[in-house]
Write a protein that binds this ligand. Structure first.
Ligand SMILES: Nc1ncnc2c1ncn2[C@@H]1O[C@H](COP(=O)(O)OP(=O)(O)OP(=O)(O)O)[C@@H](O)[C@H]1O
Ligand code: SF4
Ligand SMILES: [Mg+2]
Length: 310
C-alpha cells in the first residue's frame, strides 16, 4: 500500500470573477522508499499540492489517502498521528522558527508536546539531530536571527525531522540558499534518509537537484501533471513537449532538445481556461486536435504522459 496517495484531486481558487483550477484531476502516490520530486514553473500548482497533502486546504473533489485512510475522515487520535507522521519544510525557514525561542528549544518543542521523554532524553535526541544536520553545539543557545540562512534552514529541517516523520514534504527548501550550501544540505538529507525509511516529496524548480537526488518525478504544468516517470527515464528521454522545454532550460544539458520557447505571455495566463491542451500556445508540436480537446494522462509502460503525440 502506498504511504500517501492523491486520488482525482481538484482544487479551484476563486478570485472575484476569476476561477483558477490550481490543481486538476491530480493523481500521485508516494511510497516510504520514494524521493519524489514535483517540478514545474511558477504558478503551476506545486505549493497547492503540498498544502492539500498537509491538510491545510481542502480539495473541492478527490481524496488524499494516508496509509489507506482518507485524511479528511480521520478521528481526533488518527489526525494527531497523521500530523506526527507528516512533516514540512518551507522555502523560508523564518516562517517555522519562533524568533523569540533559542535554537535548542525550537527543535525540542515538538518532542515536548508529542512525546513522553524525560528532559535528558530530549536533550540527547535534539543534540544528535542537530549534529546530523551539521549544526554546531555553539549555536544551540542562539536565536534564529543570529544564524545564517543556511543554518536556519538546517534548524527548520531538524525541527521537521525530530519526531521521525514517515514522510517529509519540502516546498522549495533550498532555493534561498547558495549552490554549495544546497549541495551540503542535500547530502545531509540523503544520509538521514539512508539511515531510516522516510518518503520525501520535494517541490523544486531546480532540475539539477531533481536529477541528483530523486528516484521519481512528476512534471506539472498549469495545474495538471503532464508527465510522470522514474528520474532516470525522464532525463534519458523526456516525452512531453513541456518536459523537453524544461530540460532544455538546464545550462549545458540536453542540447538536442533545443526548442524555441516564447516568453510567458498574457495568452498563457488565459491558457488555464482553454478547452484543450494548456501547453498549446507554446508547443512546437501542436496539432488541430490539441486545441479543443484535453489530453488524458496516459500510461506508457512504467511512465505516464499527457499529450496527443502518444
Ligand atoms: N489562496 C489562493 N487564492 C487564490 N489563488 C491562489 C491561492 N493560492 C494559489 N493560488 C493560485 O493558484 C495557482 C497555483 O499556485 P501555487 O502557489 O500552487 O503555484 P506554485 O507552483 O507553487 O508556484 P511557485 O513555484 O511560484 O511557488 C497560481 O495561479 C496561484 O496564483
Ligand atoms: S497535446 Fe498537443 S499541444 Fe499539448 S503538448 Fe501535446 S502536442 Fe503539444
Ligand atoms: Mg510554490
Amino acid at each position: 500500500m502506498p504511504l500517501l496517495r492523491a486520488v482525482n484531486l481538484n482544487k479551484i481558487f476563486k478570485l472575484k470573477k476569476i476561477i483558477i483550477p490550481a490543481v486538476e484531476n491530480f493523481n500521485l502516490s508516494v511510497d516510504k522508499t520514494d524521493f519524489f520530486a514535483l517540478v514545474g514553473e511558477s504558478g503551476s500548482g506545486k505549493s497547492t499540492v503540498a498544502k492539500l497533502f498537509l491538510r491545510l486546504i481542502k480539495p473541492q473533489e478527490g481524496q488524499i489517502i494516508f496509509k489507506g485512510k482518507n485524511i479528511w475522515q480521520l478521528n481526533k487520535e488518527e489526525l494527531k498521528s497523521y500530523h506526527n507522521s507528516i512533516a514540512i519544510v518551507f522555502q523560508d525557514p523564518y516562517s517555522s522558527l519562533n524568533p523569540r525561542m533559542k535554537i535548542f528549544s525550537i527543535v525540542e518543542e515538538p518532542l515536548k508536546i508529542h512525546r513522553d521523554y524525560t528532559k535528558s532524553e530530549r536533550e540527547e535526541i535534539v543534540r544528535k539531530t542537530l549534529k546530523t544536520l551539521g549544526i554546531d553545539e555553539s549555536m544551540i543557545e542562539r536565536y534564529p536571527h543570529q544564524l545564517s540562512g543556511g543554518q536556519r534552514q538546517r534548524v527548520a529541517i531538524a525541527k521537521a525531522l525530530i519526531l521521525e516523520p514517515e514522510i517529509l514534504i519540502a516546498d522549495e527548501p533550498l532555493s534561498a540558499l547558495d549552490i554549495s550550501l544546497q549541495a551540503s544540505l542535500l547530502n545531509q538529507l540523503i544520509k538521514i534518509r539512508e539511515s531510516r525509511e522516510m518518503g520525501i516529496f520535494l517541490i523544486t524548480h531546480d532540475l539539477n537537484i531533481v536529477k541528483a537526488v530523486s528516484n521519481k518525478v512528476a512534471v506539472m504544468h498549469l495545474g495538471r501533471i503532464v508527465e510522470e516517470a522514474s528520474t532516470i527515464d525522464l532525463f534519458k528521454e523526456p516525452l512531453h513537449p513541456y518536459t523537453k522545454v524544461l530540460l532544455e532550460s538546464i545550462p549545458g544539458f540536453h542540447r538536442r532538445y533545443r526548442i524555441k520557447m516564447p516568453r510567458i505571455s498574457a495568452e498563457d495566463r488565459i491558457s488555464w481556461h482553454i478547452k484543450g491542451c494548456r501547453f498549446y500556445s507554446r508547443c512546437s508540436y501542436r496539432m488541430d486536435i490539441c486545441k479543443d480537446n484535453t489530453p488524458e494522462l496516459k500510461n506508457l509502460g512504467a511512465r505516464k504522459v499527457r499529450c496527443f503525440l502518444y
